[in-house]
Design a protein around this ligand. Structure first.
Ligand code: PEP
Ligand code: MN
Length: 292
C-alpha cells in the first residue's frame, strides 16, 4: 500500500485492510457482497405503486439482479418533489421481495425510522446527503442489518471511511461502501464518477465497494458504460435504477433504464464479470501487487 495511504487510513482500524483481515464479506441470506461474484442491485429510484414495483422486481430478477432497490423515504433536493410512500412503500418492497426472492435495500433517513425500516429491509441504505449524519450512523451501529453507506457528494474518501469507522465502532461491522459520483466543475453529467475511489477503497479498506452509475451519470445512456468501468476496476457490485416507463417516473427518470436496457446492460457486463471472477480466483497474486 502507498505509504501516504497507510498514514491517512490506518487510524480507521475497524474498516482498514490488514494482513490479518484482508477482506470483509457482507452476507445477506445466500448472497455474498465482497465475495467472488459481482452483485447487481437494481430497481426504481422510488417505490411509486404496487404494479410499478412488482413489474420492475420481476424484470430485474429475470435479468440477473440479486438484490432489489427502491426508495420509500426519498431525500429530494426540492421540497415540492415526490417524497416517497413511506411505510406503504416499505410494505410493497417486502411484497416484491417475497414474490421474487430478492432481498431489499432501501434508504433510512432518520434515526426514528430505523426500527420500522429494518422490519422490512434486508440492507439499510445511508444516502449521500446523510453520510455525515453521525447520530444516524451511531443508531445504525446498534441495528442488526447491514448498511450500504453512500459517499457524500462532496466527501473525501477519508471522510467516507471515517463514517464507516463510526458505524463499526458503534457495533455494526457489516458495511458496504458505495461510490455514487461526486460534485466537480463538470456539468455534462449529474456528478463525476470517481473511478479511482474504487481502486483506492479496495486497497485501503477491507469493506466491499459497489458503484452507483445511475446517480453518477444522471442520464441513462451513460449508465451501462460506467457500470462496465466500475466492474473492470474491481467493484464488488452495482446499484442501478430501473423503471417500467422512465419518462413517467416520479423521480430520477432521466437516469433510469428501461427493462430492455437493463437486460442489455447485464448481457454486456458478462465478459467483465467473468474476468473479475477469474482475477479474484488469482487474488493472492493480485493482492501482493496491490500491496506494494
Ligand atoms: C438513491 O439511491 O436513490 C439516492 C437518493 O442516492 P444518493 O443518496 O446517492 O443521492
Ligand atoms: Mn435516485
Amino acid at each position: 500500500m502507498h505509504p501516504q495511504w497507510k498514514r491517512q487510513f490506518s487510524c480507521f482500524d475497524l474498516v482498514a485492510k490488514t494482513d490479518q483481515r484482508p477482506r470483509g464479506i457482507v452476507r445477506v441470506h445466500d448472497i455474498e457482497i465482497g465475495g467472488d461474484d459481482v452483485i447487481v442491485m437494481a430497481g426504481p429510484c422510488a417505490v411509486e405503486s404496487e404494479r410499478q414495483l412488482l413489474e420492475t422486481a420481476e424484470a430485474v430478477a429475470k435479468a440477473g439482479a440479486r438484490i432489489l432497490r427502491g426508495g420509500a423515504y426519498k431525500p429530494r433536493s426540492s421540497p415540492y418533489a415526490f417524497q416517497g410512500l413511506g411505510v406503504e412503500g416499505l410494505k410493497l418492497l417486502r411484497k416484491a421481495s417475497e414474490a421474487t426472492g430478492l432481498p431489499v435495500v432501501t434508504e433510512v433517513m432518520n434515526e426514528a425510522d430505523i426500527d420500522r425500516v429494518a422490519e422490512y429491509a434486508d440492507i439499510m441504505q445511508v444516502g449521500s446527503r446523510s453520510m455525515e449524519n453521525y447520530s444516524l450512523l451511531e443508531a445504525l451501529g446498534r441495528c442488526s442489518r447491514p448498511v450500504l453507506l453512500k459517499r457524500g457528494m462532496v466527501a473525501t474518501l477519508e471522510e467516507l471511511l471515517r463514517s464507516a469507522q463510526i458505524l463499526a465502532q458503534a457495533g455494526n461491522p457489516r458495511i458496504i461502501l458505495c461510490e455514487r459520483g461526486i460534485r466537480t466543475f463538470e456539468t455534462t453529467t449529474r456528478n463525476t464518477i470517481d473511478i479511482s475511489a474504487v481502486a483506492v477503497l479496495k486497497m485501503v479498506s477491507r469493506l466491499p465497494v459497489i458503484v452507483d452509475p445511475s446517480h453518477a451519470a444522471g442520464m441513462r445512456c451513460l449508465v451501462p458504460i460506467l457500470g462496465r468501468a466500475a466492474v473492470a476496476t474491481g467493484a464488488d457490485g452495482l446499484l442501478v435504477e430501473v423503471h417500467p416507463v422512465p419518462e413517467q417516473a416520479l423521480s430520477d427518470g432521466e437516469q433510469s433504464l428501461t427493462f430492455q436496457e437493463f437486460r442489455s446492460m447485464m448481457d454486456d457486463l458478462q465478459p467483465y464479470v467473468s474476468i473479475q471472477r477469474e482475477a479474484r480466483r488469482l487474488r493472492p497474486q493480485l493482492l501482493a501487487v496491490g500491496a506494494d
